[in-house]
Design a protein around this ligand. Sequence first.
Ligand code: COA
Length: 175
Amino acid sequence: MTELVIRPERSADFAAIRQVLVAAFGDDEVADGVDRIRESWIYRPATSLVAVSDGEVVGHVMITGCTVTGEAGERPVAMLTPLGVLPEHQRRGIGAALVRAALAGAEEAGEPYVVLEGSPKYYGALGFRTAGDYGIEMELPDWAPPEAAQVYLLPTYDPADPTLRGKISYPPVYG
Ligand SMILES: CC(C)(COP(=O)(O)OP(=O)(O)OC[C@H]1O[C@@H](n2cnc3c(N)ncnc32)[C@H](O)[C@@H]1OP(=O)(O)O)[C@@H](O)C(=O)NCCC(=O)NCCS
């Protein structure tokens, strides 16, 4: 059985990560966004991870920063995006393993939660819940159902903390 290693990305991985993202998403857009993330304040190297199988980078995930703005002001929180696995390595649990490892890193960093926009079926199975139920608003594309805005609650999450409720702003690197 091939061993899957999940570890923080290194600069030597960047070209291989681009190949993974282009293959997974079908064009350069997400890979270009990842380059911009690495140049910006939202970059969090400890939760920017690769999955390596037989020495080859086969998957990539990032938990970065964004902000939530509500009645209690604005504060940074964590956001998971993007997640990509090489098509020929999909459906083997690599995506799930990357998400779990990145969430563990966010927990270690003391984050109260991690938000994302994505398939409620896929991320719901990994423990994500509907963000709106926790007072977290995210702007979604017209075609996305409201449940596409999701949140994973970590142990330091305090439902009584008003700074954790409000509207998520995507940093400008997302264009
Ligand atoms: C989404 C993605 C990362 C999943 O990676 P993976 O390694 O195949 O994931 P896992 O093996 O952990 O899980 C596979 C399961 O998720 C399901 N799944 C994959 N994408 C899904 C989606 N968008 N919606 C619902 N289910 C999905 C698969 O059908 C599979 O289910 P099954 O095993 O019951 O058939 C991968 O399909 C990918 O790179 N897709 C293109 C990029 C993308 O859409 N990324 C997510 C948005 S940022």
